[in-house]
Design a protein around this ligand. Structure first.
Ligand SMILES: [Zn+2]
Length: 157
């Protein structure tokens, strides 16, 4: 089951590996992509907000866990930065890794609304269940390997 750590580590690994070739994928932009990887799951804030205030915002916030909602969030979040376009693109990369990982899951609710509002179809690959932590372990091992390789390359330069 992809949790927040898994999402962050996948974004880190993807950006670091691409960074071997392209200098735009530096540490700062990798961190932005890691934040972007968490944007879709901001919908989970509906629960503590409801517990604290009593207001059920889930119907509004659940849109965050759709590409269109994450895109809007990324656009709003990027407005806080001087280099808006760059931040926006790395946030998009981050949430794309999130949806890529989430698509692997089996959803009892039907899947992810990838093309909302154009389509109400839900998508899932059904490769992992919510109790399967093998993906988490695999991602952690891969991230450690990527970290080791990237620091070996830094020390060589
Ligand atoms: Zn998710």
């Amino acid at each position: 089951m992809p949790d927040w750590l898994t999402h962050i580590l996948v974004a880190y690994s993807v950006c670091t590996v691409i960074g071997f070739r392209y200098k735009q994928f530096n540490t700062e932009n990798t961190v932005i992509a890691m934040v972007g990887a968490l944007l879709p799951d901001l919908y989970k804030l509906a629960i503590p907000i409801q517990n604290f205030s009593g207001y059920d915002l889930s119907i509004f916030i659940s849109t965050f866990h759709m590409p269109i909602g994450s895109l809007i969030l990324a656009a709003m979040f990027s407005l806080l930065f001087k280099e808006k376009k760059l931040v926006f693109l790395f946030l998009i990369l981050g949430f794309l890794t999130h949806f890529g990982l989430d698509l692997l899951m089996t959803y009892y609710t039907g899947g992810i609304y990838l093309f909302y509002p154009l389509s109400w179809s839900q998508y899932q690959l059904g490769l992992i269940t919510t109790v399967d932590y093998n993906v988490n372990i695999l991602v952690i091992i891969l991230a450690i390997l990527v970290f080791g390789i990237s620091h070996t390359k830094i020390n060589q330069n």
